[in-house]
Every structure is written in structure tokens, then in C-alpha cells.
Design a protein around this ligand. Structure first.
Ligand code: SAM
Length: 273
């Protein structure tokens, strides 16, 4: 949201973050703000997909005839298109707070994204019959088929009931199926001060400074995420972690001795055992 480009402004935002977060979440300012803030960037997502695809191929994974599920696609279908054009036979998109194709801006975004993907794949037609969009929490979704591949980009840090979602993923993914997640565990308020939010107690954070909905952020740390995935039968095949400097003060409930507490971004490929 904010960067340290203007150091006086950054000082103000960091000093008064409680007040600003409180007003932002309690007054539902996210409805007023910012189409851009809550809109996906399909070119960035496409470029991430290409990197992940390259990586998946090196692990002998192919999309051919696979059923894929993307958790939290936001307002972008770009990953769904990429799965399909690489051979997938069905894509299930699950987003609890969908934001697509209602307003003029969203329609224009959808159109632009379609043109982008058509250019990428030499004007091939998109088979929309193979895409299913479900606007629910995954833990409440009844699926009649097993999934081969699950994908999510910057979603798990926004999910409130993480354990239920991971448990559900474990029940719908085929044995040997793959899962790729990018989890951004930084404070989304100011990416230049990535662990500022760890100074608050759970009660303060959950009740006053973040709000259920699109902008909700949990503060689950790497070690806890890892433990939940492993407990639910997932094995890490490969991971890339990015660490950031820790602030001096964090709330006592966070484990300062956890040597992985400073992980901000986790890119992980897992397999269902
Ligand atoms: C930061 S956005 C990321 C969107 C997209 N993946 C991207 O990178 O542009 C997080 C997304 O997670 C979705 N989300 C939040 N909680 C969810 C839940 N319990 N189940 C599914 N999606 C959820 C939000 O609606 C939102 O679309």
C-alpha cells in the first residue's frame, strides 16, 4: 500500500498505523478505494505462471488432461487460460469474494485480459465451458471430482480459516497431485516495513485492525503454515523463501526464537502423499 519513497509520509504512516488501519478497516474504506488496489495484474500473473510452469516441467508435471483448481484468482482468469492452453481439461476457480464482470471497469479488464491471452496463444478460442467459477470458501465447496493441481498466488495470507482450507485441499487433491502456492506473509500495509503488524495482540488485530473480506490478512508465520500443510499430508518438493529484517518489538505471542519468523514470502511446490 505504502512505500518509503517519501520518508516524511512513511514516518507518518508508520507512526499512526493503528489509527489508519482502524479507520480503513472499520469504515469499510476498501469499498470506496481503489479499484486498482483490488484488481489483479494479469501481466504479472502471466509472468509468474510461466516461471512456475518451467519449474513444474522440471519436476515432470504436465497440464495435459489435468483438472486444475485455482484458489483466490481475484478478478483474473489469466491462470485459468494458461492451464487450458497447456492441455488442462477443466479449471475450477474458487474465490470467496469475487470481483469480476459486474462493473464497467471490470468488464474492460476482462476484455483486455482476453485480448492479451489471445495474442499470446495465436488467437486460439478460449473454451469457457471448461472453466467453473465458484464463489464460496473452499471448505464449503462440494466437488464431484478429484483435482490434479492446485495453484494460488497471494491468497493464503488472506484466508481466515486456513486449517479448514488446507484440510479440504488435502481431501480433494489426488494422491501424487501437486500444489503450488505463493504466500506473502508480509504486512500489506507497508511493504517497506514488512513485519510492523506483529506488534499487535491477536485480539487487537482481529477485532480492530483488519476486517473479514477481501482485505483481511491473517498473520500466520511460515513455521505454522508448514506445520499445517505437513499435518494434512503434503510434502514439500521445493521451496523458495525470502527473508526480511525483523523489527525490535513484536508482540509476545509471536515466537521470537523461531528462526523462520523473518520469512516474508514463501513460494512452495508440494505434493500430496
Ligand atoms: C490479494 S488477492 C490475490 C488475487 C490474485 N491471486 C492475484 O494475485 O492477483 C487475494 C484473493 O483471495 C481471495 N480470498 C480471500 N479469502 C478467501 C477464501 N477463504 N477462499 C478463497 N479465496 C479467498 C480474495 O477474494 C482475493 O481475490
Amino acid at each position: 500500500m505504502i512505500t518509503n519513497k517519501n520518508k516524511y509520509l512513511a514516518y507518518f504512516f508508520n507512526k499512526f498505523d493503528y489509527l489508519i488501519r482502524f479507520l480503513y478497516s472499520q469504515l469499510s474504506l476498501n469499498k470506496l478505494f481503489f479499484w486498482k488496489l483490488y484488481s489483479s495484474d494479469f501481466e504479472r500473473l502471466d509472468s509468474s505462471f510461466e516461471k512456475v510452469h518451467f519449474f513444474l516441467k522440471s519436476h515432470n508435471f504436465s497440464f495435459q488432461d489435468k483438472t486444475c483448481l485455482e484458489l483466490g484468482p481475484g478478478n483474473s482468469y489469466v491462470n485459468a487460460y494458461n492451464f487450458l492452453f497447456n492441455g488442462s481439461n477443466k479449471v475450477v476457480l474458487v474465490d470467496k469474494y469475487p470481483r469480476h464482470i459486474k462493473t464497467k471497469k471490470q468488464k474492460a479488464f476482462f476484455q483486455k485480459e482476453k485480448e492479451f491471452i489471445k495474442t499470446k496463444y495465436n488467437n486460439k478460442e478460449i473454451d469457457f465451458d471448461k472453466i467453473v467459477f465458484i464463489s464460496k470458501d473452499l471448505s464449503e465447496v462440494e466437488l464431484n471430482e478429484e483435482i490434479d493441481f492446485v495453484y494460488s498466488i497471494s491468497v493464503f495470507e488472506h484466508i481466515k480459516n486456513v486449517e479448514e482450507n488446507i484440510k479440504k485441499l488435502s481431501s480433494i487433491l489426488k494422491k501424487g497431485g501437486f500444489l503450488y502456492h505463493l504466500i506473502d506473509m508480509r504486512d500489506h500495509y507497508n511493504f517497506d516495513n514488512p513485519f510492523l503488524f506483529l506488534k499487535y495482540s491477536k485480539k487487537t488485530w482481529e477485532n480492530y485492525l483488519t476486517k473479514k473480506g477481501v482485505s483481511y490478512t491473517n498473520r500466520i508465520r511460515y513455521s505454522e503454515f508448514k506445520e499445517i500443510f505437513e499435518k494434512n499430508g503434503f510434502e514439500i518438493i521445493s521451496e523458495q523463501i525470502t527473508r526480511y529484517p525483523m523489527p525490535n518489538k513484536i508482540y509476545k505471542a509471536f515466537n521470537k526464537d523461531d528462526k523462520n519468523i523473518d520469512i516474508g514470502i514463501w513460494r512452495v511446490l508440494m505434493m500430496k502423499k
